[in-house]
Design a protein around this ligand. Structure first.
Ligand code: MG
Length: 367
């Protein structure tokens, strides 16, 4: 497959409900849609969701990286496999979510070319994936309880509460008292410090949480390892894990018992697949998270989450929770049992709404 042309579209998407978490509130959203064109007429789509609160990346920096550093290494070159494709720009530092968007576009092409669904190419084993919901900050505990009740009634398999110092024990205790057996987790997005908050983190043990996600600073694996020895609740690392090699470090020093794999945070699907296999061989379960992607980005995450070691419900909110429209039609749905069906057709597995991509485009770069 020879890549002849690439297009990067910068989209501005209105957010219908702001999402508050430990790093701030997302009230507007940009995303990049990457299109790759092959010599023989195949078109692949990938997405780079831009979340400056979560990573250092912005639309401008990612477009710069894709256009000037990644695309020159792939345009007018032949690739037989996604691994070979990814290898060609592996030495480029950074731009992890940009690399994921470009790589996904190639997986889309590869899937169409082989006429094999993504799920099968990734080695998936499930025809549906379990889904949980993540509840952002609300003004009051009661408002949180209302949303939790809604999501439980809608069938979500796991409730994740965003917490931060001062917004933790009272909130978690209220939810746990009302729903003693619901699968409950918390995500701190790096807002605690071991030296200041050890007692609070230990206190969370009494709520029987299935995990606490990223309690401490992302660059502090050592403190996570110390904390994990002091608490029963399994630590799940998210922001800390950006590559297979720091995942290996985290596991070797005992910094976590679960890992949140987000392809956009680790530079793509090829890296995610390696992380999946490494964690599985070390008895560490994984969950699939997201970065508020539209359905185009989610399609790849859904296929990935069908692999064996994704034993925890995925973060995969339907678009209506954040956006007024999705870029795929029909969008995926979470059924009453809390599952999303994994698409069985080649390519991304959903129809892409080119008209909506056009509608929300604010800038376009063609290479
Ligand atoms: Mg997280």
């Amino acid at each position: 497959m020879r890549i002849q042309k690439a297009e990067i579209r910068r989209l501005s998407l209105p957010i219908v409900n702001g999402f508050g978490f430990g790093l701030g509130t997302v009230s507007s959203k940009e995303t990049l849609i990457i299109k790759l064109y092959t010599e023989d007429g195949l078109i692949g789509h990938g997405e780079t969701s831009i979340l400056p609160l979560f990573t250092e990346e912005t639309s401008t920096s990612v477009i710069f990286g894709i256009k000037n550093k990644i695309l020159p290494l792939i345009i007018n070159r032949d690739f037989d496999t996604p691994a070979e494709f990814e290898e060609s720009y592996k030495k480029v530092e950074g731009y992890l979510s940009g690399k994921n968007g470009v790589e996904c576009a190639f997986w889309d092409i590869y899937s169409q070319y082989k006429n094999v669904p993504l799920e099968e190419l990734f080695g998936g084993v499930r025809d549906k994936i379990e889904v949980g919901e993540s509840i952002g900050f609300k003004d009051t505990v009661d408002q949180t309880l209302e949303e939790v009740e809604l999501r439980i009634n809608e069938g979500y398999k796991r409730i994740k509460l965003k917490i931060k110092p001062g917004w933790d024990l009272i909130l978690v205790s209220a939810v746990r008292n009302r729903w003693p057996s619901v699968n409950l987790t918390v995500d701190a997005n790096s807002t605690y410090k071991l030296a200041d908050h050890e007692n609070i983190l230990i206190s969370l043990d009494r709520f029987g949480l299935s995990m606490i996600e990223q309690p401490l600073a992302e660059d502090n694996l050592a403190d996570h390892a110390i904390l994990q020895k002091k608490i029963k609740t399994p630590i799940c690392l998210d922001e800390s894990i950006r590559s297979l090699s720091n995942l290996e470090t985290a596991i070797k020093i005992g910094a976590c018992k679960i890992v949140n794999i987000k392809p956009a945070r680790v530079g793509g699907i090829v890296e995610s697949l390696k992380m999946h296999d490494y964690t599985e061989s070390h008895g560490i379960g994984v969950m699939c998270g997201g970065l508020l992607e539209t359905g185009i980005g989610r399609a790849f995450n859904i296929a990935l989450a069908s692999k064996t070691n994704f034993i925890y419900p995925a973060d995969m909110s339907p678009y209506q929770f954040y956006f007024s429209e999705d870029l795929i039609d029909p969008s995926y749905i979470v059924n009453q049992d809390g599952y999303i069906d994994v698409p069985e057709s080649p390519g991304i597995g959903y129809n892409i709404r080119d008209d909506l991509i056009e509608k929300y485009t604010i800038d376009k770069v063609v290479v």
